[in-house]
Ligand binder design. Structure first.
Ligand SMILES: *[C@@H]1O[C@H](CO)[C@@H](O)[C@H](O)[C@H]1NC(C)=O
Ligand SMILES: *[C@@H]1O[C@H](CO)[C@@H](O)[C@H](O)[C@H]1NC(C)=O
Length: 600
């Protein structure tokens, strides 16, 4: 009899749920291991031969199985997700004449690359830890056995992808110095072969000092080779007039087709014409970040803060102007309760003193109005040869699109507030990238009930918050450009922040610094979150150059609770007498989110 039952059990469970061999750890004062061995789980009542011992509430199949294991006579459960009910049965059901999909009742998705932490399964909002961190849906609150911290649970059932995993952050505390040829190198262990490898750099860059008409490229090699799918991840800067310019730059891109394994990722420098000389990391803390992306699935991913990550690319320089589109893409939104986050990386060019070109996103033919436009621009005045070719990033979030196709386009045109465009181009030398994500702002779900039903799966990114600002025109130093309160849920997470908007430093040989503080203090773990602009022009006394700018980084070790995020501008260490301007002409925005580093 036992053998027959095991055979039945194995047909059902071994092929579908694998709950038979799992251990559920309960936590609290006394840790108890609950062997769930031999418990059959089905989602439908197939049999008239079994008896219902008890019907209990269960917020997950994990909790249902745990309750069965605690009942001396229970051999199987019927768990109904919809009404969160759990029937404890005295024997297992004979399901041999049902097909596998009928047996399970749901499609088990394949998200299996996540960290599992044992959770307290049987108590929820009543526990002290949960009252400190109420989840939006209180029945989803659990205690993490390892950290003793509250966790808000969601479900993987609606999502058949792991959008972002294995986020690894490498800060660099001081100047890399001259990096002609090879720059710093890092090791990253990619966990999956099917994912894209996203690489980003944020820090001070100087390209080609004191020369006319010269350009430098900064690009990544992965295990000794440049990315080939879709192509190299590179930052370039060209200038026509002689200068010594240390300016913050950021660039990023997703590379596909990189197999799982230990990777050496190194940044290199090359001459892009006219003689390259390169310097990185001057007078600010910079960083490299590596993460795994997708691949995308089909579900609505109701518990996720972000999913459905697509990066559209174009490798072509086009002289787009007069409000025409440089790139037009169709993005298929999978849920109606999400916003669209768009991130541009690419090389922008404008020419001429007193001219201004603006780049901006449209959605289905209109600029974003909820909450507001997503744009960037280059304005130059006073240079003796005013060419600006440089790789820039800008980004934003737009609300109000239901599920279905959305046309996302990137346009170039005039700046309504100042001199007209001259001859802008987009996409010189490097690949232009538009990354799009579906995102749910403020979602507090930080872990999911795993598809096996036994473990909790960390979500590497959650609790994203976003603030949008119209033109502000802030001149000179400011102890506060903008200040917002971020409600941090977990003490275990790192806080990732991003400022996005126009800046300028006008005085020759001077340096301005834009930076974040957290409750009044700059980040020290691993380092400050700051970006600088220093410029010395050999053949001009001062150049009024406004350009797109980001300040971004990740701070580790901040406690849970309300944190004042303050964005400020001052002079660089060792300088005074700069002439800074912030958020002229274009909109700005700020974003913050919690991330679990190195989690997969
Ligand atoms: C299953 O359904 C049958 C018929 O509807 C019922 O007699 C039986 O008690 C049910 N068994 C369980 C375990 O719910
Ligand atoms: C930040 O400061 C506020 C106001 O003083 C305080 O209520 C809050 O607890 C602080 N946050 C953290 C995480 O320490």
């Amino acid at each position: 009899m036992c053998r027959v039952l095991f055979a039945v059990f194995c047909v059902l469970v071994c092929l579908s749920f694998n709950v038979h061999a799992a251990t559920v750890t309960l936590c609290g004062g006394n840790v108890v291991d609950v062997q769930a061995t031999g418990i059959q789980q089905v989602f439908t009542n197939y049999s008239t031969l079994t008896t219902v011992l008890d019907s209990v509430d269960a917020r997950s199949n994990l909790e249902c199985i745990t309750k069965c294991s605690q009942n001396g006579h229970c051999a199987a459960v019927v768990f109904r997700e919809r009404d969160q009910s759990c029937d404890l049965l005295d024997s297992q059901q004979d399901v041999t004449h049902y097909s596998s999909s009928e047996k399970t009742g749901i499609l088990v998705s394949n998200v299996d690359i996540v960290l599992s932490n044992p959770l307290r399964t049987d108590q929820s909002s009543g526990t002290a830890v949960c009252s400190k961190w109420p989840c939006t849906d209180t029945s989803r609150c659990r205690e993490d056995c390892t950290s003793g911290e509250a966790v808000c649970l969601g479900n993987t059932k609606d999502c058949d992808e792991a959008p972002v995993t294995n986020i690894h952050y490498e800060g660099y505390p001081s100047s890399f110095g001259g990096v002609n040829g090879d720059g710093p190198s890092y090791t990253y262990v990619k966990q999956q072969s099917s994912t894209g490898l996203r690489i980003s750099y944020s820090g001070t860059i100087r390209a080609a000092i004191a020369c006319n008409g010269c350009a430098t490229g900064f690009y990544f090699k992965i295990n000794g080779a440049e990315c080939s799918n879709p192509g190299t991840i590179e930052f370039v800067e060209y200038h026509a007039s002689r200068r010594d310019k240390h300016e913050h730059g950021s660039f990023s891109g997703i590379c596909w087709g990189i197999a799982a394994g230990t990777l050496t990722i190194q940044i290199h420098i090359r001459d892009r014409g006219g003689g390259a000389d390169a310097h990185m990391g001057w007078n600010s803390y910079g960083y490299f970040a590596f993460e795994e992306i997708g691949p995308t699935g089909t579900g609505s991913c109701d518990s996720y803060t972000l999913f459905n990550v697509k990066e559209f690319t174009l490798h072509q320089e086009i002289s787009t102007r007069d409000e025409n589109a440089y790139m037009t893409e169709t993005y298929t939104k999978r849920a109606s309760d999400t916003s669209l986050a768009v991130f541009f990386t690419g090389t922008l060019h404008e020419y001429g003193n007193g001219h201004c070109a603006r780049w901006y996103f449209k959605f289905n033919g209109n600029e974003c109005s909820n909450p507001g436009i997503i744009d960037a621009f280059i304005y130059n005045n006073g240079d003796n040869n005013p060419h600006t070719y440089r790789t820039f990033e800008f980004s934003g979030i737009c609300n109000g699109f239901s599920a279905g196709d959305v046309t996302i386009s990137l346009h170039t045109g005039s700046c309504s507030w100042t001199g007209g465009q001259h001859s802008p181009t987009t996409g010189w030398t490097t690949i232009s990238r538009i990354r799009v994500e579906e995102t749910r702002l403020g979602v507090d779900v930080s872990a999911l009930v795993g598809t096996s039903g036994i473990s909790a799966l960390r979500l590497p990114v959650f609790n994203r918050q976003y603030w949008w600002y119209p033109v502000m025109n802030f001149d000179s130093e400011r102890t506060t450009v903008k200040s917002e309160t971020y409600s941090k849920k977990s003490a275990l997470t790192a806080l990732r922040v991003l400022w996005n908007g126009d800046t300028r430093q006008w005085n020759n040989g001077q340096c301005a610094r834009w930076y974040f503080t957290f409750n009044g203090t700059e980040c020290s773990n691993p380092g400050t979150i700051e970006s600088v602009k220093y410029a010395y022009y050999y053949d001009a006394s001062s150049v009024n150059l406004h350009s797109p700018f980001t300040v971004q980084g990740t701070c580790v070790g901040l406690p849970a609770g309300d944190i004042t995020l303050n964005f400020a501008v001052s002079h660089c260490s060792g300088y005074s007498g700069e002439n800074a301007f912030t958020a002229w002409g274009s909109a700005s925005n700020m974003m913050a989110e919690e991330i679990f580093l190195d989690t997969y």
